[in-house]
Design a protein around this ligand. Structure first.
Ligand code: ATP
Ligand code: MG
Length: 346
């Protein structure tokens, strides 16, 4: 059966990196994997076209897709509008029940010197942060502020915690069988329940080594001992902060991809960076983050492991051989990098 991929190119560098990544997928998958791509407006691009960031037609297409690729959204042009591009993304996450955000951080030896950390502190780093994405402080009610007081509510149900924790254990089984659960159980009631549930679920996964760590200690350990982590699981806000912190380890935003998995529908794959309006349209963006997002999609949604491995290997080989785009200190334009990679795939 032909798989249906919905592409939401979005704003800024989104369209450039999406075009490159889809061309690469087309070349690499020839005769191996049958799919079709349909594109829909989303974010600022949709505001321009139809006045709102998440048109009904786009949402319906996403709900009926086998997987969704997102470029990037937002930019100065839409700051202060009533419905921002970012509010469209939050609405999409909720509508698709994208409860788990996965962000892998993997250090490539030839990129060690790009890291702001010392090479011996990052060598061999290979972990995934699993962040709960549709609960906690972001969505808890009541939530309001006036000029004298503000309230946010943090709440998680057992079901929500079990769901994300189980996913993290399953992921650990496919990797180095180590799970780090990050919480603040010395202070927060939510974290006390979280820790209790991690302990309960861990009994179903006796082969997985479990470590509990407070979020403040986790922040330090990420900088001091990144290679010791395998799978890190945490709630929404802690995950937001730690995953941005983790993104500096490899030295370039342009290399990092993410997956957001749904409870019962299609998953969404996107680079972790924003729309980079400062370099949009200049043909200098690094398309690797989008290409690796495509690889995550091939593995997670379509079980096309060999195809994903082939694209990923060729991508790293191309960076090593050419120096890559400017953000990596290389000379290649976006389109040149794509051409070099296609040569390797053919
Ligand atoms: P957001 O708020 O949407 O996360 P941001 O303000 O964090 O956005 P980004 O858009 O992620 O910012 O960009 C941060 C910096 O990294 C910018 O200077 C941008 O040009 C650069 N950058 C981001 N992605 C890439 C990429 N794929 N290739 C090259 N440079 C990039
Ligand atoms: Mg950002």
């Amino acid at each position: 059966m032909t798989k249906r991929i919905v592409a939401l190119a979005g704003d800024g560098i989104g369209p450039e990196i999406m075009t490159s990544a889809l061309e690469i997928l087309a070349v690499a998958s020839k005769g191996k994997f049958a799919y079709e791509v349909v594109s829909f407006p989303f974010g600022g691009a949709a505001i321009e076209q139809v006045g709102i960031p998440l048109p009904q037609e786009t949402l319906m297409a996403c709900q009926q897709a086998d997987a969704i690729l997102l470029g990037a959204i937002g930019g100065p042009r839409w700051e202060g509008v009533k419905e921002t591009p970012e509010s469209g993304l939050l609405a999409l996450r909720q509508a698709l029940k994208l409860y788990a955000n996965l962000r892998p951080t993997k250090m490539q030896t030839f990129l060690e010197e790009k890291s702001p950390l010392k090479a011996d502190k990052v060598r061999g780093t290979d972990f995934v942060i699993v962040r709960e994405l549709i609960g906690g402080l972001y969505f808890g009610q009541p939530k309001y502020y006036d000029s004298d007081e503000a309230i946010d509510t943090m709440n998680y149900t057992r079901k929500q915690i079990e769901q994300i924790v189980r996913l993290a254990f399953e992921l650990a089984l496919t990797r180095r069988q180590k799970l780090t659960s990050v919480d603040k159980a010395n202070v927060l009631a939510n974290s006390k329940l979280w820790r209790q549930i991690v302990q309960e679920v861990s009994e179903e996964y006796p082969s997985v080594e479990v470590e509990h760590i407070y979020v403040d200690a986790a922040a330090m350990k990420l900088m001091m001992a990144a290679p010791t982590f395998d799978v890190i699981v945490t709630e929404n806000l802690f995950g937001d902060i730690l995953s941005d912190q983790a993104s500096v380890i490899t030295g370039s935003l342009g290399l990092l991809a993410s997956a957001s998995l749904s409870i019962d529908g299609p998953a969404l794959y996107e680079p972790i960076h924003g729309s980079a309006p400062d370099i949009a349209g200049l043909n200098i963006a690094n398309p690797v983050s989008m290409i690796l997002s495509v690889c995550m999609m091939l593995r997670q949604s379509f079980q096309q492991i060999a195809l994903a491995d082939q694209i990923e290997t060729a991508t790293y080989e191309t960076i090593a051989a050419t120096g890559g785009t400017r953000d990596l200190g290389g000379q290649l334009m976006t389109s040149e990098f794509k051409q070099e990679l296609i040569k390797r795939l053919e």
